[in-house]
Design a protein around this ligand. Structure first.
Ligand code: GCU
Length: 333
C-alpha cells in the first residue's frame, strides 16, 4: 500500500507520468523520478544522489533527479513496468530482471562472464559489445539501458553453520533473485533455490522460511541480513550487475545538448560508484565481523565444477556465444 501511495503522490505532484514519456514530445527539463531498492547507506544511493546534483548544476537546473530508495516505488520487477509505461522515469534493475525481458542479457549474468569489476566496467563502456543489447528493449518496452553499476562478487550466507563444500548446502533453502539462471545456479551448487524479491529476504531468513541467501557484502550489511545469517562463505560465484534504465521517450525527449550533459554525468556516475564500491565492500566486511559474522573460504574448485554446466546451458545460440567471447577478449586487452 505504501508503494502505491508513493507512486500516486509522485504522479500527483507532476514528478512522474510526464506527458513526454507517453507522447515523445521533447521536454526542456524536469525532475526525473528514479527508483532504487537499496537503502540510503548503499553506494548506489550515494552515487545516484550525486548524479542528480551534478546534472542539476550542469543544466542550470533544467534537469534533476529524485532518488526513491528502499523499494518505496515497488520491487524491481514492478518498477520496470512503471518505467516502461512512463509513470517512473528511471530505475536500477538487476541483470536477472532484464534476463526475463530479453534472454540475451543472461550472457552477462553467468558465473564466468566477468573476471573482475574492472573488466565488467570496461565491457559496459564499450558500445561495440553492448550497444545493440542496451537498445534491444527500446522498440517493445520503451526501456533504454544507460549502463550499469557493479554488484561486486556475490557470496552465500547461511543461518546455521559454515558452507565449505557444495554438499554442505544439501536441503538448504537459499533465496535467489527471480531468474532461471539464479535458480539453476543455486541448485547446481547443491542448495534448494527459492526465488523471492529482495525486500522479503530479511523476514524470511529471520522466520526460518529460508536457510540462507546469496548477495554481495554491501547488501548483506545494508539490508541487515548479517543480523540473522552469520555465516558467509566466499563462494564468489558471480560478479553481479545492476543496470540503469530510463524510459526511452524521456531520454530521447531531451535536447541534444542536455542529453550530452546527461550522458557525461552518467559516465562519471559509473566511475564514482565503482570507487565507492571497493571502499564500501571492505567497510561492510569489517562491520559484519564486528557484529559476529564469520567469513570463510570454500572449496573453489568444487563450486566451479558444479557451476560449469550452468554456463554451458545458457550459451546455446551463436549470438550468445559471440557476445560471451567478445566479453572474454575484452579481459585480455
Ligand atoms: C543486489 C543488487 C540488487 C538486487 C539484489 C537482489 O543487492 O544490487 O539490484 O535486487 O542484489 O539480490 O535482489
Amino acid at each position: 500500500r505504501t508503494r502505491i501511495v508513493a507512486v500516486a503522490s509522485a504522479v500527483a505532484l507532476g514528478l512522474g507520468a510526464c506527458a513526454s514519456g507517453l507522447t515523445g514530445t521533447p521536454e526542456s527539463g524536469k525532475t526525473l523520478i528514479l527508483s532504487l531498492n537499496q537503502t540510503e547507506e548503499h553506494p548506489s544511493y550515494v552515487a545516484l544522489v550525486a548524479f542528480g546534483e551534478r546534472l542539476h548544476e550542469a543544466t542550470d537546473g533544467r534537469w534533476d533527479v529524485q532518488v526513491y530508495p528502499n523499494e518505496t516505488l515497488g520491487a524491481q520487477q514492478e518498477v520496470i513496468q512503471l518505467v516502461s509505461d512512463g509513470s517512473v522515469d528511471m530505475a536500477v534493475a538487476s541483470g536477472t530482471q532484464l534476463e526475463n525481458l530479453n534472454l540475451e542479457f543472461a550472457v552477462l549474468n553467468l558465473p564466468t562472464t566477468f573476471h573482475s569489476i574492472e573488466h565488467q566496467m570496461d565491457v559496459l563502456s564499450d558500445p561495440e559489445i553492448v550497444g545493440d543489447l542496451f537498445a534491444s528493449l527500446e522498440p517493445d518496452k520503451s526501456l533504454t539501458v544507460l549502463g550499469g553499476l557493479t554488484q561486486g562478487e556475490r557470496n552465500l550466507y547461511t543461518v546455521k553453520g559454515p558452507i565449505v563444500e557444495p554438499s554442505d548446502l544439501k536441503g538448504m533453502k537459499i533465496r535467489v533473485q527471480e531468474s532461471d539462471i539464479a535458480i539453476d545456479m543455486i541448485n547446481a551448487m547443491g542448495g534448494s533455490a527459492t526465488p523471492m524479491s529482495f525486500g522479503e529476504v530479511y523476514t524470511a531468513l529471520q522466520s526460518g522460511v529460508l536457510d540462507g541467501a546469496e548477495n554481495n557484502e554491501v547488501s548483506y550489511v545494508t539490508q541487515k541480513h548479517n543480523e540473522v545469517a552469520k555465516y558467509v562463505a566466499f563462494t564468489r560465484h558471480l560478479i553481479g550487475l545492476d543496470y540503469m534504465l530510463i524510459n526511452t521517450d524521456v531520454y530521447h525527449g531531451m535536447s541534444d545538448e542536455d542529453r550530452a550533459i546527461f550522458d557525461r554525468e552518467w559516465a562519471e556516475t559509473m566511475r564514482h560508484h565503482t570507487q565507492l564500491w571497493v571502499e564500501e565492500t571492505a567497510a561492510a566486511i569489517a562491520s559484519a565481523e564486528e557484529t559476529g559474522s564469520k567469513f570463510n573460504e570454500v572449496d573453489q574448485e568444487a563450486f566451479r565444477e558444479a557451476l560449469s554446466p550452468v554456463v554451458e546451458k545458457y550459451l546455446t545460440s551463436e549470438q550468445d556465444r559471440k557476445l560471451y567471447d567478445e566479453i572474454q577478449r575484452k579481459a585480455d586487452q
